[in-house]
Design a protein around this ligand. Structure first.
Ligand code: ATP
Ligand code: ATP
Ligand code: MG
Ligand code: MG
Lengths: 235, 235
């Protein structure tokens, strides 16, 4: 699942492109929008080509595209996040049922780990941490990774860290390249080989309710996410 | 106070520059870091010139610069945000005491309104909403503003919306200018005249633990925030 306490680092953008990328590679994919703000739900709402499931757990989800189903955001009913009334057990049940019919579960989490984020962490096996290639992102990252390791022990093997993904890298802003280098120096293999370049086409695609693969597959943002999909599928 | 459910839109950057800007204008200022992630605390930690208060409520805060004191972040003890054990009453008491000795209270809130964010909303009178000049920022803004109006009624006159501040505006990305225009068209006077241009000097200053006013006062980010300070002080 996609998690990072810092806001606006690319969790949602990465979640929808991983999900759609896996689907385009022939895998069956369930995308969970665990953020009451529902950015992921909005960012794929104009996609087409999905098939309604006739039976089984997938009937609980909406078809988005071929091989791709979405569990919609719980939605923000009020300004304050709900407390502990999220039925994690029901979600865990749904995940177990889905495991029989999908190959991948991609979970978009909110920033800061609130009740929804914590639920999200309990549902998936591995965590991908998108990290914006600039200062504030590094600060708190090592603390967050350490806290996630602690959570992983509590959650008995779930929430293992699959890797750190540098996002919004911008060749015209040399400091972003330095940040990526620092990340690799300090975290070694934990940093994925792929990185995501800053590309306004990604924002544009979201404003059309589609992933870059659907909207602008030639754009460098799409190419970057394509590489990421390959890296994750190759294990 | 600075609030916006969306992450990474410039709440913290705006909070520290408003606070330091007011202080440079001769006002006495208390800056509250209500975000367990503590980005504001980190972003001003290398500033100097502040004076320890000898008595009164200011002794609870740390001196940052002349006229500027900081209530440090509660700090993130673990991955999951604490539940309801924030002593809002003690904070309200502190605020009432501080009101006797400072002219301005600037409060930095976390993204999403968790327990700390909700506490922050109860402490201040007005809310400034920084809005990143791109797609996702607009979506959810009107819902958030409506939700804040509801909260303001519950909080009996607190949390009134002072204005919306467009941030990360970038002349080299024309869509950001369109977003600002849309904001003005849809929200009219609610949108401040000032806006904040994208300026990597702001990130650089934060990495040195200083505001742009201290680190790079000639930079356009500093000039933008200077204008904002004037606009707010002029009421
Ligand atoms: N590589 C990129 N290039 C340009 N813009 C990007 C890129 N990745 C994401 N964005 C944009 O930056 C904004 C924040 O991205 P996104 O919503 O994915 O972050 P997030 O971590 O999910 O945010 P939140 O913490 O609020 O959930 C969005 O408007 C998105 O379209
Ligand atoms: N005008 C700007 N130009 C360039 N970078 C900026 C600008 N404003 C903020 N930033 C950078 O963008 C990142 C996010 O900004 P900031 O931390 O202020 O947002 P935030 O809304 O407080 O985030 P969070 O939701 O995580 O608390 C920071 O690295 C900051 O230095
Ligand atoms: Mg998101
Ligand atoms: Mg912040």
């Amino acid at each position: 699942m996609l998690a990072n306490q810092k806001g606006g680092v690319g969790k949602t953008t990465t979640a929808i492109h991983l999900a759609h990328g896996f689907a385009l590679s022939g895998k069956k994919v369930a995308l969970f929008d665990m953020d009451p703000q529902g950015n992921a739900t909005v960012a794929v709402q104009q996609m087409s080509g999905g098939h309604e499931a006739k039976k089984g757990a997938l009937t609980m989800l909406e078809p988005v595209a071929k091989n791709l189903w979405l569990l919609r955001s719980p939605g923000a009913e009020s300004l304050v996040e709900p407390g502990a009334d999220i039925e994690v057990d029901r979600l865990l049940e749904l995940v177990q049922e889905l495991a029989k019919v999908v190959d991948w579960l991609v979970i978009d989490c909110p920033p800061r780990i609130d009740a929804w984020g914590w639920a999200g962490l309990q549902l998936g096996d591995e965590v991908l941490v998108p990290v914006q290639a600039e200062f504030f992102a590094i600060h708190g990252l090592s603390q967050m990774l350490a806290a996630m390791e602690v959570a992983a022990k509590q959650l008995d093997g779930k929430a293992r860290i699959r890797g750190v993904l540098p996002t919004m890298v911008d060749a015209s802003e040399p400091v972003t390249l330095e940040v990526v280098e620092d990340l690799r120096k300090n975290l070694g293999d934990l940093v994925l080989d792929s990185l995501v370049l800053r590309d306004s086409n990604l924002v544009e695609a979201a404003s059309h309710g589609k992933t870059a693969f659907a909207h602008c597959p030639w754009a460098r943002g799409a190419l970057c996410y394509g590489e990421l999909v390959m890296e994750i599928l190759d294990g």
